[in-house]
Ligand binder design. Structure first.
Ligand code: NOJ
Ligand code: NOJ
Length: 716
């Protein structure tokens, strides 16, 4: 080939490559994703070179029989299985913590030598674990994985554990490093990098102070209010963003200082587009800290894994309780969580027995999978579920819930089901953005509807092993017509006929729903005004870019606009389903954000909080705040949205504050950098009665970086 034609050839290649490369997607709208959770060590061994690295030799078990040692899975292994994942319909992977971990074995509670193959004992948050990458702890394998994932249209979420380093009483005694340079350890902690309290135990699991400041299972508990620790964690997260990660699953979010986490999230969003969800473990919506969990999700910028729904899903599908268990959680959470569609839903994970260990019934597993893939929230599938992976030793709990991937078949029913419903999540906005309402229910049958403006999906599940149910009196928002099962009978579904009714209640002709059936019927509306289903992040200061997603925005902006209240925002990019805009310089507060299309049609509004400035964590202490009786709490309120805009309610004010040294109360709160804030403390009594401290407002100028401390006396 002569040079000119060779150029032409490479130019053609380049065009081809650009054309084939997926359109750059924004991570901040995760509602259309299907997440797949991977324990890196247990997925696939892509490189034998890193199985027994020199700095942590002897932690590898080549026989894969000692469940507490490394088994060889690595980042290269995940990379090699990318087309398997894409075929499964996975659009995001959540990988176990990839950072450099403990280099030794430590006996577990039963005395078994245990390595940190799971990743939750980090020693250097700025380097990659040698068992997963290479013996120099460099980023090469991590970067290759991210590149391959993005090329396959798959986002990468890392598990990030800001609560702790390694075990505090053995092994490396909590020692941590900043890109190889020693920072500190637990045993000679002269700089106050750690909290030195007992393990959380007993009723302490329900006590806000213990939950946040005591020790989780002997793991050296980082003090995020320390300026060095604060900077270390935020810069480590930022380094992952620089290496291309799209989101963070935040480990043990309930056990990290809650107020500090608002500033952690803000630091990530200020640097770049991301999606954050945290592990707030709780059994159900009666948990003593359930209210705190949704206040946190509504204000921190961090969504949560939906543990209450997880419990209900396991009860209903594995333990055969009534569908009302699921229905009541959906409606309770629906009234508590502002951005409920961002909750991450799941059947099982690495901390509980796999579904099939609880009930070895593939039909039920398929039904549970179809439920999480079509119901409210972002579905997360635990690795191996699609291969019916389970090991039932000791009831299948940790570590037996973390077997090696048994194989990579692409012909299982579960594999096909995930793929089909992932496609639906992308093609019909009712699944990611729609409301969820129950349309027909008995103990075995649940028929629910997802609806986003005129787009509708109706899902029917019968979990009974033998009994078919005759379904009559079912109404739907689907327009009149005949609908075939979107799953084309994969789980036994067939078609329905809908006739015209009134008020969004169109009758469905009576039909029979056989035992172990899931059917999905759906309708995508045609041309309509702009419809907004998502905004991410949900709070940010002026200048930060936010992603607004939905449909019918129009292919080009033209005369169209994005408004925060009545103020137009700069638009960075515009497509029919996704707009990136910059938060305008409006006063801090809550805003309704709307999209106006080129023709002047205005969308629905979606709630967004404009912060005053980037957030700095400040510890407020008020001395001698008395008198209080049990059930009374001191809260902080003040003159910016971060402080509650002088609100005096439990949800509006900041708090409750903590009182390990009664009658002194303290709280770490993320407040706007460089601002002179005005604030006061209030008592909210058990019956809601509010008592203000006397005197003038306190004032404080927040530092522009680092952390801050304020100490004042309650004014009588
Ligand atoms: C919760 C994680 O999911 C669990 O696996 C881990 O052991 C603890 N947090 C401590 O990091
Ligand atoms: C007694 C106080 O009356 C109550 O309000 C407070 O919660 C506890 N002390 C804390 O120890």
């Amino acid at each position: 080939m002569r040079s000119p034609s060779r150029h032409a050839f490479f130019a053609t290649l380049l065009v081809l490559f650009v054309a084939l490369a997926p359109v750059a997607t924004r991570a901040a709208d995760f509602k259309r994703e299907v997440i797949y959770q991977i324990i890196t060590d247990r997925f696939f061994d892509g490189s034998t070179a890193n199985n027994n690295p020199p700095q942590s030799a002897g932690l590898y078990d080549s026989t894969q029989t000692n469940w507490r040692e490394y088994w060889g899975g690595d980042l290269a292994g995940i990379q090699q299985k990318m087309s398997y994942l894409a075929g499964l319909g996975v659009t995001a992977i959540w990988i176990s913590p990839p950072v450099d971990n403990l280099n030794t074995n430590i006996p577990d509670g039963q005395g078994n030598p245990t390595a940190s193959y799971h990743g939750y004992q980090g020693r250097d948050f700025k380097r990659v674990e040698e068992h997963f990458g290479n013996a120099s702890n460099t980023w090469t394998d991590f970067d290759n994985l991210v590149t391959a994932a993005h090329a396959a249209g798959i986002k990468v979420v890392i598990d990030f554990a800001p609560n702790h380093t390694t075990q505090d009483n053995a092994g490396e005694f909590g020692a941590f490093y900043d890109n190889g340079a020693f920072v500190g350890n637990y045993t000679s902690d002269t700089n106050g990098y750690f909290h030195h309290n007992a393990n959380i135990s007993g009723t302490g699991w329900d006590d806000r102070y213990q939950v946040e400041y005591f020790t989780l299972f002997d793991l050296a508990d980082l003090n995020q209010e320390n300026a060095t620790v604060d900077n270390y964690l935020k810069s480590a997260a930022q380094q992952f963003q620089q290496h291309g990660v799209d989101g963070f699953r935040i480990d043990a979010v309930k056990h990290v200082t809650w107020g500090w986490e608002y500033s952690f999230a803000n630091s990530i969003y200020t640097f770049g587009d991301s999606f954050l969800f945290g592990e707030w473990y709780q059994g159900n919506t009666s948990d003593p800290l359930y209210h705190d969990s949704y206040k946190f999700a509504n204000k921190s910028g961090i969504s949560l894994l939906d543990f209450p729904l997880n419990t209900a899903i396991r009860n209903v599908f594995a333990s055969n309780t009534n569908f009302s268990d699921i229905d009541s959680v959906i409606s309770q959470e629906g009234s508590n969580f502002t951005w409920k569609e961002d909750l991450v839903t799941f059947i099982d994970n690495h901390d509980m027995a796999r579904f099939l260990s609880v009930n070895n019934n593939n039909n039920r597993l398929h039904e549970a999978m179809a439920f999480v893939l079509t119901s409210r929230g972002i579905p997360c599938i635990y690795y191996g579920t699609e291969q019916y992976l389970h090991n039932d030793t000791s009831g299948g709990t940790d570590p037996y819930n973390r077997p090696m991937m048994p194989g990579f078949s692409t012909t299982t029913t579960a594999y096909a089901l995930t793929g089909k419903l992932s496609t639906l999540r992308h093609t019909n906005p009712a699944i990611p953005y729609g409301s969820m309402s129950q349309r027909w229910m008995n103990s075995d049958v649940y028929i629910y509807e997802r609806k986003f403006f005129g787009s509708v999906a109706l899902v029917a599940i019968n979990k009974n092993d033998t009994t078919a149910y005759s379904i009559s009196g079912l109404n739907t928002s689907l327009p009149a017509g005949t609908y075939s099962d979107y799953l084309t009978g994969l789980l036994g579904g067939s078609s329905i006929t809908v006739s015209t009714g009134t008020g969004g209640n169109n009758p469905v002709a009576a039909f029979s729903l056989p035992a172990h059936t899931v059917a999905v019927w759906q309708f995508n509306e045609g041309a309509a005004p702009p419809e907004v289903g998502s905004i991410g992040p949900t709070s940010a200061q002026p200048g930060v870019k936010v992603t607004i997603a939905g449909r019918n925005f129009g292919a080009t902006q033209g005369a169209g606009s994005v408004k925060f209240g009545t103020t137009a925002a700069a638009v960075n990019s515009w497509s029919d389903t996704k707009i990136v805009a910059t938060v305008p310089g409006v006063a801090n507060g809550s805003y309704s954000v709307t999209v106006t299309n080129n023709g002047g049609a205005v969308s629905n509004g979606i709630q967004f909080t404009v912060l005053t400035a980037k957030l700095i964590p400040v510890t407020f202490t008020v001395f001698n705040a008395t008198p209080t009786v049990t059930g009374d709490y001191i809260f902080l309120t003040g003159n910016t949205v971060e402080l509650g805009n002088w609100a005096t309610t439990w949800d509006g004010a900041t708090g409750p504050m903590l009182t390990p040294n009664y009658p002194n109360w303290f709280l770490n709160v993320s407040v706007p950098a460089g601002q002179t804030i005005q604030f006061k403390f209030i008592k909210i009594a058990a019956n809601g009665a509010v008592t203000w401290e006397a005197g003038a407002n306190h004032t404080y100028t927040v530092p522009t970086s680092g952390v801050g401390f304020v100490n004042v006396n309650w004014q009588y």
